[in-house]
Design a binder for this molecule. Structure first.
Ligand SMILES: C[S@@+](CC[C@H](N)C(=O)[O-])C[C@H]1O[C@@H](n2cnc3c(N)ncnc32)[C@H](O)[C@@H]1O
Ligand code: SF4
Length: 399
């Protein structure tokens, strides 16, 4: 984004979600393909300055916004010095108005050394802690290459719950060797501990990870593929009965406890990405034309991003205005993950197209009739049957 475009940015109803990426981890988990890196040393002062600098750069281009959420994601942002989070939160409040109920989430790994900093992060302004627990079983944690054990994880959850007003934790299911009965028991345990929110991800074998190589070598005893649907169904049933129904494919919350930041992505609202590999979607006014939605992607490699920010004040690798069909595709891909679905009025506002013009009516009718989708109260949403086969459904809807 160049200076000439600076004045063009306009509000998406004025609201803005801010994502900040900390790309470092203590070790790389064998299943993970997130933009996370292991480095012997991280120059904290340099990283602090660069993150602030990129934030300042965007602030000059996005005046008058109301920041509704801040999300420190990673990598492992709990490895960041809490003073860096404090400086970033303070700078956000200097640049923009912030919502009275501003949500500030920190992703954290539950090792005791990171948990030791929870109070300092809370003092910095973090009010929601999201712990990457992954499993409540020691053997599974070893298999997943995690640095914590079950006891450390439950201690970290308890501490986070004492320190932060809102907490959540992540579990991965359908792990090698895991039976459906074992998952059900683990889930019951998780629900007894959780306060209002849980993220439950089915293990994905990502290309290029050590788990992928193991799978190809036939040495990863994953649950049979035909059990995937059963794992998903058990997860939906058990959480719903416990009052933590899915509001998104993998995210479960008591009413009102949904992650507002992630809701901004799924509702296709404006968000800003700061840090290596971060993405943004920002509304732009164009003189004489309809507003555009810009897609921004930052350099992923930490050192490349850092050098770019020092040189140019931002680490953007690519910026382009999304074409209509891209907006349609993205909004449906995001919104159909949500229990609430896609608002048809909002669809028109964001894509410039009525729903009837964007999706061939015959195809839509077929999917509605077959019970994969439903339309009511001005929204299109997946049924439970449709949500279980979302990728196939999207392919059908979008081709
Ligand atoms: C950016 S990571 C979490 C940050 C933190 N470093 C951690 O690991 O606890 C976000 C979450 O994605 C999930 N995840 C990562 N790779 C996954 C995979 N291959 N399959 C399923 N879930 C995955 C994990 O539950 C993880 O907590
Ligand atoms: S799962 Fe978390 S800790 Fe493990 S490599 Fe990925 S981001 Fe880092």
């Amino acid at each position: 984004m160049g200076a000439a475009e600076a004045a063009e940015y306009v509000a998406d109803r004025g609201r803005l979600a801010v994502y900040i990426h900390w790309p470092f981890c203590r070790s790389k988990c064998p299943y993970c393909d997130f933009n996370s890196h292991v480095r012997e040393a991280v120059d904290a002062a340099r990283w602090r300055a660069a993150l602030l600098r990129e934030l300042d750069h965007f602030a000059t281009q996005l005046p008058g916004r109301l920041v509704t959420s801040v999300f420190f994601g990673g990598g492992t942002p709990s490895l960041m010095e809490p003073q860096i989070a404090a400086a970033l939160i303070e700078r956000i409040a200097n640049h923009w108005s912030v919502a009275d109920d501003l949500e500030v989430t920190l992703e954290a790994n539950p090792t005791s050394s990171e948990a030791a900093n929870f109070r300092a992060f809370r003092a910095a302004g973090v009010n929601r802690i999201s712990l990457g627990v992954q499993a409540l079983d020691d053997a599974a944690l070893r298999l997943l290459g995690r640095e914590h054990d079950r006891a450390e994880a439950t201690r970290a959850i308890a501490l986070a719950q004492r320190v932060a007003p809102r907490t959540t934790f992540d579990l991965i299911y359908a792990r090698p060797g895991q039976t459906l009965a074992a998952w059900r028991a683990e889930l019951d345990e998780a629900l007894a501990i959780a306060e209002g929110h849980l993220s439950l991800y089915q293990l994905t074998i990502e290309k290029g990870t050590p788990f992928h190589a193991l799978q190809r070598a036939g040495s990863l005893a994953l649950p049979p593929e035909d059990q995937a649907a059963a794992f998903f169904e058990v997860t939906q049933d058990v959480t719903e009965r416990a009052g933590l129904a899915a509001y998104e494919i993998s995210n479960h919350a008591a009413p009102g406890q949904e992650c507002r930041h992630n809701l901004s992505y799924w509702r296709y609202e404006d968000y800003l990405g700061v840090g290596p590999g971060a993405h943004g979607r920002l509304s732009v006014a164009r003189a004489g034309g309809e507003p555009a939605l810009m897609a921004i992607r930052n350099h992923a490699k930490p050192e490349t991003w850092l050098e770019a920010v020092q040189r140019d004040s931002h680490g953007n690798a690519e910026t382009h205005a999304l074409a209509r069909d891209e907006r349609v595709e993205e909004m449906l891909m995001m919104g159909l993950r949500l229990g609430e679905g896609v608002s048809l009025a909002r669809f028109r506002e964001r894509t410039g197209l009525s729903f009837e013009r964007a999706v061939p009516p015959a195809r839509l009718a077929r999917l509605l009739e077959a019970g994969f989708l439903e339309m009511s109260e001005g929204a299109l949403r997946t049924t439970p049957k449709g949500r279980a086969v979302l990728n196939t459904l999207l392919a059908e809807l979008l081709t």
